[in-house]
Design a protein around this ligand. Structure first.
Ligand SMILES: Cc1ncc(COP(=O)(O)O)c(C=O)c1O
Length: 418
């Protein structure tokens, strides 16, 4: 008997490729990628009614919303169709030019040709991984370190070597020992208001680290998204200022303009710049031209200089509110950082506490933070640590939320006591 093949509707066709078959198609390196633990937490944290101290979000009121129509009008008048056209992979000329004095004010000396614009500093970190890391190469990192850097590097299958840290950040002697042991491809540090700890390397350590890099011929990726967000104390120059040939300096306008515009940039030695450009041509060709043109206007027109004090005025009392609330409500056997800037405070909770259990119990009471363990490159560290963000909630909400977390913590401790 003759059977006609069944008619396959598009839906049935796709259904016939089972999930398991697709999983078998994934590349070996894909196994090294993990959904960001924080993104999963943020999903819960952004549920209705939950107050989130979890994310690293700038406050919406820090965005120069009223300015955007004016910037757009002047960009279209100045650049016309050019602002909507494909553009150079290195970045939009006027934006690169505007970044030169911006960087000089921050202690980074670079020409417009000496920097490349990327889609966020996250884009730079991926590019660095892509051009420098072969499977098994060693990357030296702080413990804890920025989770997004681990996520960017992991697909290139490196191994991680930890640099010891204390209350002042990375310990130069430990970096010296790590580099002396050999085999380290690159060092990754967030020296100013680090994510997640908020710690800042003092000047003397920056100089010592620069000297160590030069001595060993080491390469540092200095990730600096937060140094403009200083609420007290004096600015410290970047490590790049002391060893420009050994440092790839990475920064962003995400915290001082708008993260949704995805504007990051990198100052790097010529060979690295060249390969970053070649590598990114296969990814996205270049960063959004219109966003770069808006940023050029924002910098050139002196708008950042006017907006930054407003941003600091929003965040300064929030930082203080969190420090005050921690002093007021948290138990004595917890310790925390007192950052002079940035977005985060890092808490070492009582050692008997598992921060993930604490997190689950706090979410039931409608408050979220981030458990600290995912920020460590090696598993089984930081079980009783927490990261709290102070920029996204107002001072009253911060006070109430920290009080709730402290209540839950005490209840957990009380249950544990015999
Ligand atoms: C240390 C660090 N590096 C890089 C980034 C990525 O920033 P963006 O890609 O928005 O420039 C962040 C964002 O929070 C960060 O904290």
């Amino acid at each position: 008997m003759f059977h006609r093949p069944p008619t396959i509707t598009p839906a049935a066709k796709y259904a016939s490729v089972s999930r398991m078959e697709i999983e078998r198609l994934l590349a070996a390196r894909t196994a090294g990628m993990q959904a960001s633990a924080i993104r999963e937490i943020l999903k819960v944290a952004s549920s209705p009614g939950v107050v989130s101290l979890a994310g690293g979000l700038p406050a919406p009121e820090s965005f120069p919303i009223d300015l955007i129509p004016e910037l757009t009008t002047s960009v279209l008048a100045r650049y016309g169709a050019k602002a909507l056209q494909y553009d150079a992979s290195e970045g939009f000329g006027p934006f690169r030019e505007a970044l030169v004095p911006y960087l000089a004010e921050r202690g980074v000396s670079a020409s417009a040709d000496g920097l490349v614009v990327f889609s966020g500093s996250q884009g730079v970190l991926d590019g660095i991984g892509k051009i420098l890391l072969s499977p098994g190469d060693a990357v030296a990192v702080e413990a804890p370190t920025y989770l997004g850097a681990l996520q960017a590097f992991n697909p290139y299958e490196p191994r991680y070597v930890e640099i010891e840290t204390d209350d002042d950040g990375a310990v130069p002697e430990s970096l010296d020992a790590v580099l002396a042991a050999g085999g380290v491809k690159l060092v990754y540090l967030v020296p100013t208001f680090q994510n997640p700890t908020g710690r800042t390397l003092p000047l003397a350590r920056r100089k010592a680290i620069a000297a160590t890099l030069v001595r060993h011929g080491g390469l540092l990726v200095e990730d600096d998204p937060y140094s403009d967000l200083r609420y007290v104390g004096e600015r410290v120059p970047p490590i790049h200022a002391f060893a420009p040939d050994n440092v790839v300096y990475v920064s962003t306008l995400s915290k001082t303009f708008a993260p949704g515009l995805r504007l990051g940039f990198v100052v790097a030695p010529e060979v690295i710049r060249r390969w970053l450009v070649i590598a990114r041509q296969g990814v996205d060709l270049h960063t959004n031209t219109l966003a770069q043109a808006l940023a050029a206007e924002y910098l050139e027109g002196g708008h950042l200089a006017r907006q930054l004090p407003r941003i600091l005025d929003v965040y300064r009392p929030r930082r203080q509110a969190m420090l005050d609330a921690l002093d007021r409500y948290f138990p004595e056997d917890a310790h925390w950082t007192r950052p002079e800037g940035g977005m985060f405070i890092w808490i070492q909770g009582p050692r008997s506490i598992d921060a993930e259990d604490l997190y689950a119990a706090c979410v039931e009471r409608k408050v979220a933070f981030v458990p600290g363990a995912p920020f460590f490159a090696s598993a089984s560290q930081g079980r009783s640590t927490l990261r709290m963000n102070f920029t996204a909630a107002d001072p009253t909400t911060i006070d109430r939320s920290v009080a709730t977390i402290a209540d839950v913590l005490r209840e957990m401790l009380a249950k544990r006591r015999p």
